[in-house]
Design a protein. Structure first.
Length: 231
């Protein structure tokens, strides 16, 4: 998951490029931490199951090992969730900024202002991410496409968009289950942030779409590079 070289920047401005590069480094760092945390959590779950099986088989009068592992599992799970949401925050911003810049370059629009770039570097609401994924970005790529890359890109982005739309429905369900007055509709959920809408007492809302989001966040800068190079 490397960031593409931009030897020829075309009309890509320095602030756009540096924002894209910084967000890429941020979500990639969080991704590695999340993957590491997931492995630790899986290992601890297995250790707890083994300790529980042994204590029940041997009818052990003391079960402190299982108790200790359970306490550690809770902390590990919290960290796993924290790194996942951090990765989401930066990857979602990278995707929206990347798509916005890609559309700008392909359409010959003026460069983004510094304030616009900084705003796009913040975590986007779910609806904004969904809308960004509706941009026909694959059409901006050069026509030479022997492996149907544009078709596959369109499918990936559409699938993620559907996943984000489904996530908004889940956010509404969580609010209803918890007796919250907001959000009550998918339109209201569109204005919510993922990092504020996946409480620790529920299954992670981001789980089905986190990996696909990484793919789009990585793909956008390469699409920008191809548009600039014209190939």
């Amino acid at each position: 998951m490397r960031f593409p070289p931009f030897d020829d920047r075309g009309t890509l401005t320095t602030i756009e490029l540096e924002a894209l590069r910084s967000l890429h480094g941020a979500w990639l760092t969080a991704l590695y931490e999340w993957q590491s945390a997931s492995l630790v959590t899986d290992r601890l779950h297995a250790a707890r199951e083994l300790a529980d099986l042994r204590d029940r088989t041997e009818q052990a009068p003391f079960r402190y090992q299982e108790e200790a592992v359970s306490e550690i599992v809770h902390g590990a799970y919290d960290y796993e969730r924290h790194t996942a949401l951090t990765a989401w925050r930066y990857a979602a911003a990278a995707a929206v900024l990347g798509i916005t810049v890609l559309e700008r370059l392909a359409s010959g629009k003026p460069p983004l202002t510094a304030s616009a770039v900084k705003e796009l570097c913040q975590e986007p609401p779910l609806g904004r991410l969904r809308d960004a994924l509706a941009v026909p970005a694959a059409r901006f790529l050069p026509a030479y496409d022997p492996f149907d890359e544009r078709g596959e890109m369109t499918k990936r982005w559409a699938k993620l968009r559907e996943g984000v739309d489904d996530a908004m429905a889940v956010v509404v369900e969580i609010a209803v289950d918890q007796g919250s007055a907001y959000p009550r509709t998918k339109e209201e959920a569109a204005g919510c942030l993922m990092t504020e809408s996946s409480p620790p007492t529920t299954d992670p809302v981001y789980e089905p779409i986190l990996e696909p989001l990484f793919s789009v966040a990585e793909e956008a800068p390469y699409a920008i590079s191809r548009v600039i190079k014209g190939r």
